[in-house]
Write a protein that binds this ligand. Structure first.
Ligand code: NDP
Length: 337
C-alpha cells in the first residue's frame, strides 16, 4: 500500500463559543487533532447548509462541544485508510451522520471518518458538483422518493416547494419538475423568480401565500402536496390544503418548528405527512440516490446555472454563514478549502 503523504498541519474554519460569545476563525490545526477514525480524506469541496450555520452559531442542538469545525458535507480523495473498502486515491463523498456536528467537519482541508459514512463518488460526478448538490440535493431526492412511495402521483395536481430559493428548495424544484410534477415554488425572494422558472417551476408564489395562521382544520384542497423546508405555519397550511390522497414531505424548519394541526387532513383526506431524515439514511440508500443524482440530466443543467451556485473559501464562510441564517442565500454555496 502506498505510504500516505499527509502534512503535519491543516487549515480549518473553527468556531469558538465562550458563554454568549461566538468567534469564528480560520486556523492551522495539528494533523493529529483529527479524530481516530479509519479513513482520512483530503477535502476538495464542501458546502454550506443551514445546519452548518446553526453549528457555526453555537447551537447546542446541533453541536455540543466547542471549539468545533462545522461542515456536514465533504467530497475529495482518500489519503489514508485502515478500512479495506477504501484505498488512497479513491474519490469519495460524505454527507450527514455525525460529520460537522460533533465530528470535525468539511470546512477544513482534511476530515477523518468511519468507512461506513463514505460513498464512492459516482462515475461522471465531479467533487464540486457532488457538493453543489450535497446534503441539500440528497434530501430533495429523498423527499421525492417518499412522495412517490406514498402514491403522490403527478396527475394529482401541483406540488408546492417551500423555501424554494434555498438549497433543498431549489434542488427539489429541479428534481420534481424533472419527475413530471407541476411545481409551484413558494419563495420570499422575488429576485429568484428567473432561476426558479429555469429550474422548472411553472408558478411562483410569495411566502405570504402560506404564512397566514388559520384556525380552520382544513383549507381548500388545492395541491397534490409538497416538499416543505420551512416548517411552522407554512407546513400547517400546506397539509391543510392538500387534496385527497396527497402528501407532504417535511424536510426543514427554516421558518419554525412548531406544528399545530388536527387529525382531519389525515382522516378525511388521507393526507400523508412524510418525515425526511437525510442524516441517518442507510449506506445502500445513499449509494442508490447518489447514483441517480449523478445520472440526472436536468440536475446537470441546473448545476450549470450561475445563479444556482456560488463558491467560497474558508475565509469567505463567515459572511455566508450570516447570509444563510438571514434566509438570504439563493441556491447553494460550495466551499473550496
Ligand atoms: P437554506 O437557507 O438554503 O434554505 C432555506 C430557505 O427557506 C431560504 O432560502 C428561504 O427561501 C426560506 N426561509 C428562510 N427563512 C425563512 C422564514 N423565516 N420563513 C419562511 N421561509 C424562510 O437552507 P437549506 O436548504 O440548507 O435547509 C432548509 C431547511 O431544511 C433547514 O431547516 C434545514 O435544517 C433543513 N434540512 C433538513 C434536512 C433533513 O435531512 N431533514 C437536510 C437538509 C436541510 P425563500 O426565500 O425562497 O422563501
Amino acid at each position: 500500500m502506498a505510504t500516505p503523504v499527509v502534512p503535519s498541519s491543516f487549515r480549518a474554519f473553527r468556531v469558538h463559543v465562550d458563554g454568549e460569545e461566538v468567534r469564528r476563525t480560520v486556523e492551522e490545526l495539528p494533523f493529529e487533532s483529527l479524530p481516530d477514525h479509519d479513513v482520512t480524506v483530503r477535502v476538495a469541496y464542501s458546502s454550506l447548509n443551514y445546519k452548518d450555520a446553526l453549528s457555526a452559531s453555537g447551537n447546542r442542538g446541533v453541536t455540543r462541544h466547542y471549539p468545533h469545525t462545522p461542515g456536514i458535507d465533504a467530497a475529495g480523495e482518500v489519503v489514508a485508510s485502515r478500512d479495506a473498502r477504501f484505498a488512497p486515491g479513491d474519490r469519495v463523498l460524505v454527507t450527514g451522520f455525525d460529520l460537522g456536528m460533533d465530528t470535525p467537519g468539511g470546512f477544513a482541508e482534511y476530515v477523518r471518518v468511519p468507512g461506513d459514512w463514505l460513498v464512492p463518488l459516482p462515475e461522471g460526478l465531479s467533487a464540486r458538483d457532488a457538493m453543489a448538490l450535497g446534503t441539500a440535493g440528497f434530501t430533495a431526492a429523498l423527499a421525492l422518493e417518499r412522495l412517490a412511495f406514498a402514491g403522490v402521483t403527478t396527475d394529482l395536481g401541483p406540488l408546492v416547494v417551500t423555501g424554494a430559493s434555498g438549497g433543498v428548495g431549489s434542488l427539489a424544484v429541479a428534481l420534481a419538475a424533472d419527475a413530471g410534477y407541476e411545481v409551484i415554488a413558494s419563495s420570499g425572494k422575488g429576485s429568484a423568480a428567473g432561476l426558479l422558472e429555469r429550474l422548472g417551476a411553472s408558478e411562483r408564489v410569495g411566502r405570504a401565500a402560506l404564512s397566514d395562521p388559520s384556525e380552520r382544520p382544513l383549507l381548500k384542497g388545492l395541491y397534490a402536496g409538497g416538499i416543505d423546508t420551512v416548517g411552522g405555519v407554512a407546513l400547517e397550511n400546506l397539509v391543510k390544503s392538500t387534496r385527497v390522497g396527497g402528501g407532504v414531505a417535511a424536510c426543514g424548519n427554516a421558518g419554525g418548528a412548531e406544528l399545530r394541526l388536527t387529525v382531519y387532513p389525515f382522516i378525511l383526506r388521507g393526507v400523508a405527512l412524510l418525515g425526511v431524515d437525510s442524516q441517518h439514511a442507510d449506506p445502500e440508500t445513499r449509494r442508490e440516490v447518489w447514483r441517480s443524482l449523478a445520472g440526472n440530466a436536468a440536475l446537470r443543467r441546473a448545476l450549470a446555472d450561475p445563479e444556482l451556485g456560488q463558491e467560497t473559501t474558508l475565509e469567505g464562510l463567515e459572511e455566508q454563514v450570516e447570509r444563510i441564517l438571514a434566509g438570504g442565500v439563493t441556491g447553494r454555496v460550495v466551499v473550496r478549502p
